[in-house]
Design a binder for this molecule. Structure first.
Ligand code: SF4
Length: 103
């Protein structure tokens, strides 16, 4: 069995000051128990399997908001690759944040 995907401050990939966020949503993550490397694909095409798992995830929006809040530079979070997250408009980012806050 592989380790679940870790929160950024728990992983080696982004150590630094952590904003005040909660991680309870990760308990429901569809990627728990899935090899975390799947979520760090080399190419956009390689992200398809991870994105398929995200499509089934009940906490997808919280995950995406988390990655946006952290300005996560690597990997698939909330069903989006880093390139896709980077293309989100400020309005889209704000909408995601509001939806998560209202949930
Ligand atoms: S949206 Fe994807 S990366 Fe985020 S918790 Fe769910 S399955 Fe994991």
């Amino acid at each position: 069995m592989t380790k679940p995907k870790q929160a950024p401050e728990q992983s080696e990939r982004s150590k630094g000051a952590a904003p005040e966020v909660t991680y309870s949503w990760q308990e429901e993550a569809s990627c728990r128990g899935v090899d975390a490397e799947l979520f760090f694909p080399a190419t956009e095409d390689d992200a398809v399997p991870a994105k398929a798992i995200c499509d089934t995830c009940p906490v997808r929006l919280a995950c995406l908001a988390f990655a946006l809040e952290r300005n996560e530079k690597f990997g698939v979070w909330g069903g989006l690759t880093e390139k896709e997250r980077a293309r989100l408009s400020p309005a889209a980012r704000e909408s995601i944040k509001r939806q998560v806050a209202a949930a």
